[in-house]
Design a protein around this ligand. Structure first.
Ligand SMILES: [Zn+2]
Ligand SMILES: [Zn+2]
Length: 268
């Protein structure tokens, strides 16, 4: 059973629960580790990013909880850093690198805002070609570690968030672009996240990445972490059983956790 989660959002960005509510829920679930990963401050208009004035209070609150609950749970203060983010002003226990926008014709197009928004963007800027949108997305993700110095690669195929809702079937162009991305990222030797966030919010019935991409990661010798990407205390371990089963099915025997500010791997 997985009793860790390092991808957690709160009211400091676009989450619904306070950090303390999250910590208490995690203790209730017998978690050993809970890492917070607020969306970093961005230089483009964003509906989910942390506001600059909230960054210091966020860190202070997590540090307060780290101390208050140190005998019950290991609390970490991380950040989910986008390529369109400001460099963080503070230091964090760890960084999840992730892409949430594609820059096209001078416009920052949200990748995961809503199905309607994605459809409108692809229709207007890509003539309805979802794979072309995905190709631009994966090209940005290919540079995520260089640009964010990430410890974990977040939801590598976020671009497929609304595929089920929009009834999009992915073909060879899509998998070619994702494979190129995996190939580029493998050299950093950091874990790729299996992320259940879109499942808990009802957009997907399976975790990110899809099975084919996950197998690709395995074939290239990649490693994984398992994350809830939760935005409320109810989602802390949502879909973890499915994620674990999917990981095992694809041949993974271990998953990443963070101990003493370093990635470690533990067996399922
Ligand atoms: Zn994200
Ligand atoms: Zn997230």
């Amino acid at each position: 059973m997985i009793t860790t989660n390092f991808h957690t959002h709160t009211v400091f960005c676009d989450g619904k629960s306070t950090p303390e509510e999250m910590v208490l829920a995690a203790i209730e679930k017998n978690f050993t580790d809970l890492g917070f990963s607020s969306h970093s401050v961005m230089y483009i208009k964003s509906s989910f990013a942390m506001k600059a004035e909230n960054e210091k209070p966020y860190i202070e609150e997590i540090l307060r909880l780290k101390e208050k609950y140190k005998n019950e749970i290991n609390v970490l203060c991380g950040i989910e850093l986008d390529i369109f983010s400001h460099k963080p002003e503070f230091s964090y226990d760890y960084t999840i690198g992730a892409v949430h926008y594609v820059l096209k014709d001078g416009m920052y197009l949200a990748v995961d805002k809503s199905a309607e928004d994605t459809k409108a963007s692809v229709d207007k800027y890509y003539g309805g070609d979802y794979d072309a949108f995905a190709e631009d997305y994966f090209e940005l993700v290919s540079n995520i570690v260089e640009q964010t110095n990430a410890d974990i690669i977040g939801h590598i195929d976020l671009v497929s968030k609304f595929d089920e809702v929009l009834k999009i079937e992915r073909g060879e162009r899509y998998y070619k672009a994702s494979e190129k991305c995996v190939e580029n990222l493998i050299k950093y030797n950091i874990p790729f996240e299996i992320n259940t966030g879109a499942m808990s919010r009802g957009y997907r019935t399976t975790p990110y990445p899809d099975e084919r991409i996950l197998k690709m990661i395995k074939d290239y010798g990649g490693k994984i972490a398992i994350s809830a990407d939760c935005h409320s205390k109810e989602g802390l371990d949502f879909g973890f059983e499915e994620a674990e089963n999917l990981a095992k099915k694809c041949g993974f025997k271990e998953y990443a956790i963070i101990k003493n500010n370093k990635i470690e791997y533990i067996n399922f």
